[in-house]
Design a protein around this ligand. Structure first.
Ligand code: SF4
Length: 221
């Protein structure tokens, strides 16, 4: 029996970037994708910051430059949760991360609850970019899990600069957020049902795609 359909922001954007690459690396797993140096570094930084917030473990020497930024997070007023796992079913109601009815999953780097307001931060180790739909998805999922929260300021915290790209949402925004995602998610689900994953050539084909010429004619072009 095939697994019930479930998605996350990274799964959705992987599919949208290139359906063929997504299928081969994440669905059939015919091709293994080695993490880049940047990804490995990003994962190490996330783990260190998680431990800094959860158990006040000092950052390793290679990351001390982030201490002033993380100290502000650690001392901010409110209840902090690091690496909060969020999972909703198809009715956008909370469920557990590996439940049989899970439909959408996400993890927030740090959530700070303060009364009826919350701040959610997503650590970023790369260069600052504009806000993305990831922020609103995080807000909608958190509203479902924390029913006493009315307002969420959600943002990317750029560790190299200390800057924040932030957006604020209220419960009134929830229907619009899901309406925005639904057509995108339906295209992903339809591709899985029809088993159709066409290539989508882009600047990734030349150097950044692990698929290989035997499985995609655009590889290396
Ligand atoms: S080479 Fe390009 S089109 Fe082909 S799978 Fe990779 S990213 Fe997609």
């Amino acid at each position: 029996m095939s697994k019930p359909f479930a998605w996350s922001y990274s799964v959705l954007t992987s599919f949208e970037d290139c359906p063929r690459r997504h299928y081969l690396t994440k669905v059939s797993k015919q091709v293994s994708e080695q993490p880049s140096e940047e990804m490995t570094w990003g994962n190490q930084v996330h783990k260190a910051l998680e431990l800094r917030i959860k158990v006040n473990q000092p950052l390793p020497k290679t990351m001390v430059e982030f201490e002033p930024i993380v100290a502000k997070v650690a001392t901010a007023e409110g209840v902090k949760t690091a690496e909060q796992k969020l999972a909703l079913n198809r009715d956008y109601q909370p469920t557990t991360y590996f439940a049989g009815d899970v439909y959408v999953r996400g993890i927030t780097d740090v959530t700070i609850e303060n009364g009826r307001k919350a701040v959610i931060l997503d650590y970023k180790t790369g260069k600052p970019t504009p806000a993305s739909a990831q922020l609103k998805l995080t807000a909608a999922m958190t509203f479902a899990h924390l029913p006493y929260i009315d307002t969420i300021a959600t943002g990317f915290l750029w560790l190299k600069t200390g800057g924040i790209t932030s957006e604020t949402y209220t419960r009134d925004d929830i229907p619009t957020i899901w309406q925005e995602f639904e057509p995108r998610v339906q295209r992903l689900e339809r591709a899985l049902i029809d088993n159709k994953f066409p290539p989508r050539p882009s600047g990734l084909c030349r150097k950044w795609c692990p698929v290989g010429r035997a499985l995609c004619e655009h590889c290396g072009t």
